[in-house]
Ligand binder design. Sequence first.
Ligand SMILES: C[S@@+](CC[C@H](N)C(=O)[O-])C[C@H]1O[C@@H](n2cnc3c(N)ncnc32)[C@H](O)[C@@H]1O
Length: 428
Amino acid sequence: MSIYHNYALIIKEYLKNREDNFKLILNRKINDCPKIQRPRITAWCYEVVRREVTLNFIALNVDEKFIKKSEPYVRAMIFLALYFLFFTEKKLKGNIVNALVSVVPLRAKSYFNWFLRQSLRQEKELACVLEKAPLNIKLSFHEEIIPFIKNLCLKSGLSVDFMLEYLNKEPVFHLKCFDYEKLEKELIKRKLSFYKLEKLDSLLVNEKFYQTMDLIKQGLCYVQNSTSQLISYIANKITKGNVLDLCAAPGTKSLTLSLLNPTIKITAVDSNKKRVEIMKKSLDQKTQFKIFCSDARKDKVKGNYDLIILDAPCSSLGTIRKNPDIKSKIGIKDIRENASVQKEILSHTFKSYPQSKVLYSVCSFTTNETDDVIKDVLSQNKQRKNCTKDIIPLIKLLGFNFYESDLGVYILPHEELNSDLFYISLLI
Ligand SMILES: C[S@@+](CC[C@H](N)C(=O)[O-])C[C@H]1O[C@@H](n2cnc3c(N)ncnc32)[C@H](O)[C@@H]1O
């Protein structure tokens, strides 16, 4: 089957199921494509999803009835064509147009053909319209996200352009593993470029990451961004006792903590049954874990814990590079809903484990999900205090860029560490 058709089947699925996670759809459907096509299809899917708002804007400028007239498959093909036309060197040439037209179903062929020719004819005017478009359209962000990004820049002193460019970059993947010699040999054999982050003991793999998927499936390594690793490094530094990881699935923070200190006893729980099953598979060979399902808003896990890791569910805006669908899907409503759950979980954690330190983190930077949560919950728990300053030396030692507020620390972009943006607060 044509590579264009196989690409369109994946994006069609994504456009039809707006609630589903793009990466999960891609991982599921890519296995139906011939091996040789997979890297290119993966790259196109990421590029199109990362530019969805922009491509939609251009398409509506070509034909304002675009959404009404095009079914998801045709829309996927139009997005790819516009991506070629406006964002690649290759450009949309006659032969690509013909190849794309040839795979579109007969009922949509004449509309699709007309659309592509029209886009080619109007290429210059469309480029001008795009040039004058608001920033969120040019960079393909949901309009409600830009103020949050600007706010973080205002606080941290970073330029908005730099921040938007960083968040729009292709993702780089950090591989952690049990046997680096074996992993390095494998990567060299596959001619994949990588480099080692010495301080964090992980390998950074470039955009051909897709070619390492089988190594992950075999259990030779796992993916964990540098900032996510940082949480485990902090946890290791501040405790030698029992640890309860309250929103733990799929378990990467617990796993890294266990590699750093194989003697720590870790109880890893999560409210999502499916995710708990996945976590059991990745952690089950280790005896230092107890794993089960539990709701951090209302349950109390038996036992005495020195430290609670509370990596709360959030908007995940800090991980936009590897979850590009977040750019167009997340708005203020989602952020407020997440903040409300986070407050509920943190309040219940304080109530249920009064003696335990709590390491709160979210892979987001909106004030609602970060400082506001801590402020609100601390105001009702006067016996607790914020001790984030105690973890700053370690964050510095590991080389992260950060901005420290009165209540927590915002992990900022770092070119070499390729850090996702996180917020961390230590409460005792
Ligand atoms: C950011 S993810 C955790 C990632 C994990 N800590 C890791 O490093 O692999 C947030 C998790 O919170 C879980 N979650 C959401 N609501 C929860 C609740 N009420 N109680 C416990 N876990 C919850 C989600 O299922 C999700 O797995």
